[in-house]
Design a protein around this ligand. Sequence first.
Ligand code: GUN
Length: 302
Amino acid sequence: MTERAEVRIDGKAFAERVRARVAEQVAVLRGRHGIVPGLAVVLVGDDPASEIYVRNKGKQTEAAGMQSLQIRLPADTDEATLLAAVNDLNGDRRVNGILVQLPLPSQIDTERVIAAIDPAKDVDGFHPINVGRLMSGGEALVPCTPLGCMMMLQDRLGDLGGLEAVVVGRSNIVGKPMAALLLKANCTVTVAHSRTRDLPGVCRRADILVAATGRPEMIRGDWIKPGAMVIDVGINRIAGADGKNRLVGDVAYAEAVEVAGGITPVPGGVGPMTIACLLQNTLTATCRQHGIDPADLGAGSG
Ligand code: GUN
Protein backbone atom coordinates (compact mmCIF):
# COMPACT_ATOMS: atom_id res chain seq x y z
CA MET A 1 0.00 0.00 0.00
CA THR A 2 2.78 2.39 0.95
CA GLU A 3 4.59 1.50 -2.25
CA ARG A 4 1.45 2.18 -4.33
CA ALA A 5 0.95 5.49 -2.53
CA GLU A 6 4.43 6.50 -3.69
CA VAL A 7 3.68 5.57 -7.28
CA ARG A 8 0.59 7.80 -7.25
CA ILE A 9 1.53 11.45 -7.72
CA ASP A 10 -0.75 13.64 -5.62
CA GLY A 11 -1.43 16.64 -7.86
CA LYS A 12 -3.80 18.18 -5.35
CA ALA A 13 -1.17 18.33 -2.60
CA PHE A 14 1.45 19.51 -5.11
CA ALA A 15 -0.86 22.26 -6.37
CA GLU A 16 -1.50 23.41 -2.80
CA ARG A 17 2.26 23.79 -2.28
CA VAL A 18 2.60 25.79 -5.51
CA ARG A 19 -0.30 28.06 -4.54
CA ALA A 20 1.13 28.59 -1.06
CA ARG A 21 4.52 29.54 -2.53
CA VAL A 22 2.87 31.94 -4.99
CA ALA A 23 0.88 33.50 -2.13
CA GLU A 24 4.09 34.03 -0.12
CA GLN A 25 5.75 35.72 -3.07
CA VAL A 26 2.68 37.87 -3.76
CA ALA A 27 2.83 39.03 -0.12
CA VAL A 28 6.49 40.02 -0.55
CA LEU A 29 5.68 41.81 -3.82
CA ARG A 30 2.95 43.77 -2.09
CA GLY A 31 4.98 44.53 1.05
CA ARG A 32 8.22 45.45 -0.67
CA HIS A 33 7.04 46.97 -3.94
CA GLY A 34 3.38 47.90 -3.28
CA ILE A 35 2.34 45.76 -6.28
CA VAL A 36 -0.77 43.56 -6.27
CA PRO A 37 -0.91 41.25 -9.31
CA GLY A 38 -4.22 41.37 -11.17
CA LEU A 39 -5.73 38.59 -13.29
CA ALA A 40 -8.63 39.27 -15.64
CA VAL A 41 -10.72 36.35 -16.89
CA VAL A 42 -13.09 36.94 -19.79
CA LEU A 43 -16.04 34.60 -20.18
CA VAL A 44 -18.28 34.81 -23.24
CA GLY A 45 -21.62 33.02 -22.87
CA ASP A 46 -22.84 30.81 -20.05
CA ASP A 47 -21.40 27.35 -20.65
CA PRO A 48 -21.82 25.64 -17.25
CA ALA A 49 -18.39 23.94 -17.28
CA SER A 50 -16.69 27.25 -18.15
CA GLU A 51 -18.71 28.99 -15.40
CA ILE A 52 -17.29 26.57 -12.83
CA TYR A 53 -13.72 26.98 -14.11
CA VAL A 54 -14.01 30.76 -14.06
CA ARG A 55 -15.48 30.82 -10.56
CA ASN A 56 -12.70 28.56 -9.27
CA LYS A 57 -10.05 30.68 -10.94
CA GLY A 58 -11.48 33.81 -9.31
CA LYS A 59 -11.56 32.24 -5.84
CA GLN A 60 -8.02 30.89 -6.05
CA THR A 61 -6.69 34.16 -7.45
CA GLU A 62 -8.04 36.02 -4.42
CA ALA A 63 -6.84 33.32 -2.02
CA ALA A 64 -3.31 33.93 -3.37
CA GLY A 65 -3.63 37.63 -2.51
CA MET A 66 -4.07 38.76 -6.10
CA GLN A 67 -6.81 40.89 -7.59
CA SER A 68 -9.39 39.02 -9.65
CA LEU A 69 -11.37 40.71 -12.38
CA GLN A 70 -14.11 38.87 -14.25
CA ILE A 71 -15.62 40.16 -17.47
CA ARG A 72 -18.79 38.38 -18.52
CA LEU A 73 -20.18 38.93 -21.98
CA PRO A 74 -23.37 37.46 -23.50
CA ALA A 75 -23.21 34.42 -25.81
CA ASP A 76 -24.13 36.56 -28.85
CA THR A 77 -21.22 38.99 -28.35
CA ASP A 78 -19.61 39.88 -31.69
CA GLU A 79 -15.89 39.66 -32.32
CA ALA A 80 -15.34 43.44 -32.43
CA THR A 81 -16.87 43.82 -28.95
CA LEU A 82 -14.66 41.08 -27.52
CA LEU A 83 -11.55 42.53 -29.21
CA ALA A 84 -12.40 45.95 -27.72
CA ALA A 85 -12.72 44.36 -24.25
CA VAL A 86 -9.32 42.66 -24.66
CA ASN A 87 -7.82 45.93 -25.82
CA ASP A 88 -9.14 47.70 -22.71
CA LEU A 89 -7.53 45.03 -20.51
CA ASN A 90 -4.23 45.38 -22.41
CA GLY A 91 -4.20 49.05 -21.42
CA ASP A 92 -5.39 48.57 -17.84
CA ARG A 93 -2.43 48.91 -15.46
CA ARG A 94 -4.20 46.96 -12.69
CA VAL A 95 -4.32 43.93 -14.98
CA ASN A 96 -1.12 41.89 -15.30
CA GLY A 97 -2.66 38.71 -16.73
CA ILE A 98 -5.48 38.15 -19.22
CA LEU A 99 -7.23 34.84 -19.85
CA VAL A 100 -10.04 34.51 -22.36
CA GLN A 101 -11.91 31.33 -21.45
CA LEU A 102 -12.14 28.84 -24.33
CA PRO A 103 -14.06 27.62 -26.21
CA LEU A 104 -15.52 30.82 -27.66
CA PRO A 105 -18.87 30.97 -29.48
CA SER A 106 -18.68 30.10 -33.18
CA GLN A 107 -19.16 33.69 -34.47
CA ILE A 108 -15.79 34.61 -32.94
CA ASP A 109 -12.40 33.79 -34.48
CA THR A 110 -10.45 32.39 -31.52
CA GLU A 111 -7.04 32.91 -33.11
CA ARG A 112 -7.72 36.58 -33.75
CA VAL A 113 -8.75 37.07 -30.11
CA ILE A 114 -5.65 35.30 -28.78
CA ALA A 115 -3.45 37.37 -31.09
CA ALA A 116 -5.05 40.56 -29.70
CA ILE A 117 -3.88 39.84 -26.12
CA ASP A 118 -0.71 41.68 -25.09
CA PRO A 119 1.92 38.85 -25.12
CA ALA A 120 3.29 40.17 -21.81
CA LYS A 121 -0.14 39.56 -20.22
CA ASP A 122 -0.87 36.26 -22.02
CA VAL A 123 -0.94 33.99 -18.95
CA ASP A 124 -2.32 31.11 -21.06
CA GLY A 125 0.82 31.20 -23.21
CA PHE A 126 -1.30 30.85 -26.35
CA HIS A 127 -0.17 34.00 -28.19
CA PRO A 128 2.00 33.26 -31.27
CA ILE A 129 4.81 35.36 -29.75
CA ASN A 130 4.88 33.17 -26.64
CA VAL A 131 4.58 30.00 -28.73
CA GLY A 132 7.57 31.17 -30.79
CA ARG A 133 9.60 32.13 -27.73
CA LEU A 134 8.98 28.72 -26.17
CA MET A 135 10.23 27.01 -29.35
CA SER A 136 13.28 29.25 -29.72
CA GLY A 137 14.25 29.30 -26.05
CA GLY A 138 13.25 32.88 -25.18
CA GLU A 139 11.40 34.25 -22.14
CA ALA A 140 7.95 32.82 -22.85
CA LEU A 141 4.81 32.58 -20.80
CA VAL A 142 4.22 28.82 -20.95
CA PRO A 143 0.76 27.15 -21.18
CA CYS A 144 -0.41 26.19 -17.69
CA THR A 145 -1.11 22.48 -18.11
CA PRO A 146 2.27 21.53 -19.63
CA LEU A 147 3.98 23.78 -17.06
CA GLY A 148 2.27 21.84 -14.26
CA CYS A 149 3.30 18.53 -15.83
CA MET A 150 6.93 19.66 -16.00
CA MET A 151 6.89 20.74 -12.35
CA MET A 152 5.66 17.30 -11.27
CA LEU A 153 8.18 15.48 -13.49
CA GLN A 154 11.12 17.55 -12.27
CA ASP A 155 10.00 17.15 -8.66
CA ARG A 156 10.10 13.36 -8.99
CA LEU A 157 13.01 12.91 -11.38
CA GLY A 158 15.20 15.98 -10.95
CA ASP A 159 17.24 16.43 -14.14
CA LEU A 160 15.36 15.00 -17.14
CA GLY A 161 18.37 15.16 -19.47
CA GLY A 162 18.76 12.17 -21.80
CA LEU A 163 15.44 10.54 -20.93
CA GLU A 164 13.12 9.19 -23.64
CA ALA A 165 9.87 11.17 -23.55
CA VAL A 166 6.78 10.25 -25.56
CA VAL A 167 3.92 12.73 -25.78
CA VAL A 168 0.71 11.21 -27.11
CA GLY A 169 -1.39 14.03 -28.59
CA ARG A 170 -0.40 17.09 -30.61
CA SER A 171 -2.77 19.85 -29.50
CA ASN A 172 -1.62 23.45 -29.31
CA ILE A 173 -2.66 23.63 -25.66
CA VAL A 174 -0.93 20.49 -24.37
CA GLY A 175 0.92 18.18 -26.77
CA LYS A 176 3.03 20.67 -28.71
CA PRO A 177 4.10 22.90 -25.78
CA MET A 178 4.74 19.79 -23.67
CA ALA A 179 7.08 18.45 -26.34
CA ALA A 180 8.87 21.81 -26.51
CA LEU A 181 9.38 21.89 -22.73
CA LEU A 182 10.68 18.32 -22.63
CA LEU A 183 13.08 19.11 -25.47
CA LYS A 184 14.26 22.21 -23.62
CA ALA A 185 14.89 19.92 -20.62
CA ASN A 186 17.15 17.79 -22.88
CA CYS A 187 14.83 14.80 -23.30
CA THR A 188 14.70 12.80 -26.52
CA VAL A 189 11.14 13.60 -27.54
CA THR A 190 8.65 11.73 -29.70
CA VAL A 191 5.25 13.23 -30.44
CA ALA A 192 2.79 10.44 -31.21
CA HIS A 193 -0.79 10.90 -32.44
CA SER A 194 -3.77 9.18 -34.01
CA ARG A 195 -1.80 8.36 -37.19
CA THR A 196 1.24 6.93 -35.39
CA ARG A 197 2.08 3.36 -36.37
CA ASP A 198 2.50 0.86 -33.52
CA LEU A 199 1.50 3.31 -30.79
CA PRO A 200 1.88 0.68 -28.02
CA GLY A 201 5.45 0.01 -29.19
CA VAL A 202 6.28 3.73 -29.26
CA CYS A 203 4.84 4.20 -25.75
CA ARG A 204 6.89 1.27 -24.42
CA ARG A 205 10.09 3.20 -25.21
CA ALA A 206 9.14 6.03 -22.89
CA ASP A 207 10.85 6.84 -19.60
CA ILE A 208 8.33 9.70 -19.50
CA LEU A 209 4.91 9.13 -21.05
CA VAL A 210 2.51 12.07 -21.35
CA ALA A 211 -1.02 11.16 -22.42
CA ALA A 212 -3.13 13.93 -23.94
CA THR A 213 -5.37 12.16 -26.43
CA GLY A 214 -8.88 12.78 -25.10
CA ARG A 215 -9.61 9.05 -25.46
CA PRO A 216 -10.75 7.43 -22.22
CA GLU A 217 -8.33 4.79 -20.87
CA MET A 218 -6.75 4.27 -24.28
CA ILE A 219 -3.24 3.69 -22.92
CA ARG A 220 -3.06 0.26 -21.32
CA GLY A 221 -0.78 -1.11 -18.63
CA ASP A 222 1.21 -3.25 -21.08
CA TRP A 223 2.09 -0.14 -23.14
CA ILE A 224 4.12 1.19 -20.22
CA LYS A 225 7.80 0.53 -19.59
CA PRO A 226 8.30 -0.70 -16.02
CA GLY A 227 9.28 2.21 -13.79
CA ALA A 228 8.24 4.91 -16.30
CA MET A 229 6.72 8.22 -15.20
CA VAL A 230 3.19 8.54 -16.56
CA ILE A 231 1.47 11.92 -16.75
CA ASP A 232 -2.21 11.64 -17.63
CA VAL A 233 -3.64 14.90 -18.94
CA GLY A 234 -6.98 13.39 -20.00
CA ILE A 235 -10.25 14.25 -18.31
CA ASN A 236 -13.05 12.08 -19.73
CA ARG A 237 -16.51 11.61 -18.34
CA ILE A 238 -17.78 8.08 -18.92
CA ALA A 239 -20.75 6.06 -17.71
CA GLY A 240 -19.72 3.72 -14.88
CA ALA A 241 -21.09 0.21 -14.29
CA ASP A 242 -23.57 1.68 -11.78
CA GLY A 243 -24.95 4.06 -14.42
CA LYS A 244 -23.36 7.10 -12.77
CA ASN A 245 -20.82 9.20 -14.62
CA ARG A 246 -17.22 9.00 -13.51
CA LEU A 247 -14.04 10.77 -14.52
CA VAL A 248 -11.23 8.79 -16.10
CA GLY A 249 -8.00 9.77 -17.78
CA ASP A 250 -6.44 8.71 -21.08
CA VAL A 251 -4.55 5.97 -19.22
CA ALA A 252 -6.08 2.78 -17.77
CA TYR A 253 -5.00 3.74 -14.25
CA ALA A 254 -5.61 0.43 -12.44
CA GLU A 255 -3.37 -1.38 -14.93
CA ALA A 256 -0.77 1.35 -15.28
CA VAL A 257 -0.24 1.88 -11.54
CA GLU A 258 1.04 -1.71 -11.32
CA VAL A 259 3.81 -1.00 -13.84
CA ALA A 260 4.72 2.70 -13.65
CA GLY A 261 7.29 4.27 -11.35
CA GLY A 262 5.01 7.28 -10.92
CA ILE A 263 1.59 8.15 -12.28
CA THR A 264 -0.86 11.03 -11.96
CA PRO A 265 -4.42 9.92 -11.16
CA VAL A 266 -7.59 11.37 -12.68
CA PRO A 267 -9.06 13.24 -10.93
CA GLY A 268 -6.46 14.69 -8.55
CA GLY A 269 -3.38 14.66 -10.77
CA VAL A 270 -2.72 17.21 -13.50
CA GLY A 271 -6.08 19.00 -13.12
CA PRO A 272 -5.40 20.85 -9.85
CA MET A 273 -1.97 21.91 -11.15
CA THR A 274 -3.44 23.89 -14.04
CA ILE A 275 -4.97 26.70 -11.94
CA ALA A 276 -1.93 26.72 -9.64
CA CYS A 277 0.23 27.32 -12.72
CA LEU A 278 -2.12 30.06 -13.89
CA LEU A 279 -1.41 31.85 -10.61
CA GLN A 280 2.30 31.18 -11.07
CA ASN A 281 2.13 32.64 -14.60
CA THR A 282 0.27 35.71 -13.35
CA LEU A 283 3.02 36.29 -10.78
CA THR A 284 5.72 35.71 -13.41
CA ALA A 285 4.03 38.14 -15.82
CA THR A 286 3.68 40.78 -13.09
CA CYS A 287 7.34 40.51 -12.14
CA ARG A 288 8.49 40.79 -15.75
CA GLN A 289 6.27 43.80 -16.38
CA HIS A 290 7.89 45.54 -13.41
CA GLY A 291 11.46 44.38 -14.08
CA ILE A 292 11.53 42.37 -10.84
CA ASP A 293 13.40 39.06 -10.62
CA PRO A 294 10.97 36.52 -9.04
CA ALA A 295 14.01 34.88 -7.40
CA ASP A 296 14.28 38.01 -5.22
CA LEU A 297 10.83 37.43 -3.73
CA GLY A 298 11.87 34.94 -1.10
CA ALA A 299 12.63 31.29 -0.46
CA GLY A 300 11.63 28.56 -2.86
CA SER A 301 10.95 30.93 -5.73
CA GLY A 302 11.37 30.19 -9.39
N1 GUN B 1 -10.71 26.16 -21.34
C1 GUN B 1 -10.31 24.96 -20.85
N2 GUN B 1 -9.02 25.01 -20.48
C2 GUN B 1 -8.58 26.26 -20.75
C3 GUN B 1 -7.34 26.92 -20.57
O1 GUN B 1 -6.34 26.37 -20.11
N3 GUN B 1 -7.30 28.22 -20.96
C4 GUN B 1 -8.38 28.84 -21.49
N4 GUN B 1 -8.25 30.11 -21.85
N5 GUN B 1 -9.55 28.26 -21.66
C5 GUN B 1 -9.65 26.98 -21.29
